[in-house]
Design a protein around this ligand. Sequence first.
Ligand SMILES: [Zn+2]
Length: 251
Amino acid sequence: MSPTVTQVGDGTYLVGGTDVNWTVLTDGDAVTLIDAGYPGDERLVLESLRSLGFRPEQIAAVLITHAHIDHVGSLPGLLRRATFPVHTSEREARHARREYLEQATALDLVKRIWRPGHLRWSLAITRAGAARHVRVPEARPFPGGGPLDLPGRPVPIVTPGHTSGHTCYHLPESGAIVTGDALITGHPTSRVTGPHLVAPFFSHDPAGTLAALDLLEPVAADLILPGHGPAHRGPIKEAVALARERATPAR
Ligand SMILES: [Zn+2]
C-alpha cells in the first residue's frame, strides 16, 4: 500500500494512510506534519515525506489534532529516527502523554462489528496497530498563541468534544482548515460523504463535538482537510450547516 498524496494548495498536501489522513506543510527545506496515522502507518508517513523530497530530519514540528491512536500512532517510531518538537493544546498534550485516555475500547468496536463496513475496517486498523498502546511523552503545549512559527504558519483552534483538548489548525495563507475528527468527510464505517460529524460512539463528548462546530463556523476557510475522508472545497459555514443537519443523536 502507498500513501495517497494530494496537493491541495501551495506547499499544502493531504495524505491518506490506513483510513486516516495527515497533512504535510512545506516551506523551503522544512516541513510541518499535522497528525501521523496509525503505528503501522510509519512507513507511509516516511514515504509521503520522501515523495515530496523530505527526510524525517527536516520535520520542523509535528502538530497533533488529538491523541487517538490513528493520529499519533507513528510518532514514537518517527521520534526514534529524528528529533523534533510535538505540539498540541495544553489539555491534549496530557492526553498524548497518556496521563488519561479518552478512546473507544476494542470491546466497543467488537460490539459493532456486524454493522456495514465495520469488519473490513476493524481488520485493516488492527493490522495497522490500532490495539497497541502508544504514548507520546514528548507532547507539549504550543509555545505561544497565534500563528505558529512553522511551515504553513498554522493557527491552532481548540475544539473540545471529540477529545477534551482536540485542536484544529487554520492555515490562513491557503484558506484551509485541518479539522482532525471535529469535522470529517468520509469514514469506512459510514455511507455518509461530505462534511459530517464522526459517529457519536467515537467521540468522548458527542454533545461537545456538535457544539465545537460553533468555533469552526467563523473561520475564514473554504477548504477542509479532515482526519478522515477527502479534502472538501466550499465555505466552512456551509460545511458546518450540513454537519449540524446530519448530526445523529448519541446511541
Ligand atoms: Zn480519527
